[in-house]
Design a protein around this ligand. Structure first.
Ligand code: ADP
Ligand code: MG
Length: 260
């Protein structure tokens, strides 16, 4: 399923956030969106998921204008993991993941309970939370909770999945775990992934395409072509070195702030 965004412009409270941007999301790719705080990354993600409709331009999902599609139709093809999500206190992992089946149910039919159970169990196994399925989500550690939320998105059986800063508040081992899970979702299950990342090194290591959102405009291309010392000065006002690590991956090391 193809997701296309054409000439998107947004203003919030009279302030222009971005104008006329056409970010490309190749089918099956893992795209990272990076940029300074307040650049509009979360706004863009919400527009792509039809959670924000206050924009100019067009978004097409499978060739159809997303404004004309129902929430459930969209949710059968596209899932979004927002940065924060309120989870009712007594929600178990299994219950949370089952919420991901909402696009397949309606008032008149309970959907297909057997399929719902199979898919929910599949999603829980992908994130390796089998032993936690009856635990309350709010009693889990940050890493486990994030995996539970990812399972809920997987239960929608989307072809496209959007993440907003999925590693925030996690320690390095749990950051790695989440990034590897995202890569698995992309490579094994062939989902198109679009993820806002605050850690530029994650973009270098895990994305096959990078979109830099800054000053209302975008730069896009292969991570190695986009993420360089010049861009870091220009966009983030930071002087940085880029090294190659023992695995041959490019790694960024910030040195000093040049300007804010
Ligand atoms: P990012 O995710 O890149 O940090 P956001 O998309 O959250 O940026 O926000 C982009 C800009 O829009 C920011 O300046 C933010 O303050 C502003 N903004 C976002 N949502 C609202 C809102 N509901 N009301 C007013 N301003 C908002
Ligand atoms: Mg944000």
């Amino acid at each position: 399923m193809k997701l296309e965004a054409k000439n998107i412009s947004v203003s919030i409270a009279g302030k222009n956030i971005f104008s006329n941007i056409t970010p490309l999301f190749p089918e099956g790719s893992c795209t990272a969106i990076i940029g300074p705080n307040g650049a509009g990354k979360s706004t863009l993600l919400k527009i792509l998921a039809a959670l924000n409709t206050n924009y100019e331009g067009e978004i097409f999902l499978g060739g159809e204008n997303i404004r004309k599609l129902s929430r459930k139709k969209i949710a059968r093809h596209l899932a979004i993991l927002p940065q924060t999500m309120q989870i009712p206190p007594d929600t178990t992992v299994a219950r949370l993941v089952d919420f991901g089946r909402f696009p397949y149910r309606n008032l008149f039919s309970g959907g297909n309970p057997k399929e719902d159970i199979e898919i929910t169990e599949w999603a829980i196994s992908v994130v390796k939370l089998e032993k936690f399925k009856d635990r309350q989500v709010n009693s889990l550690s940050g890493g486990e909770r994030q995996r539970a939320r990812i399972a809920m998105a997987l239960a929608q059986r989307p072809e496209i999945i959007l993440f907003d800063e999925p590693t925030t508040y996690l320690d390095i081992s749990h950051q790695l775990e989440v990034m590897q899970l995202i890569r698995l979702i992309n490579e094994k299950f062939k989902m198109t992934v679009i993820t806002v990342l605050h850690d530029i090194n994650h973009a270098l290591q895990y994305a096959d395409k990078v979109i830099v959102l800054s000053g209302g405009k975008i730069l896009q291309g292969a991570p190695k072509n986009i993420i360089n010392a010049e861009m870091l000065v220009e966009v983030f006002g930071v002087e940085a070195d880029i090294f190659t690590n023992s695995r041959g991956a490019s790694i960024l090391s910030p040195i000093s702030i040049i300007r804010r």
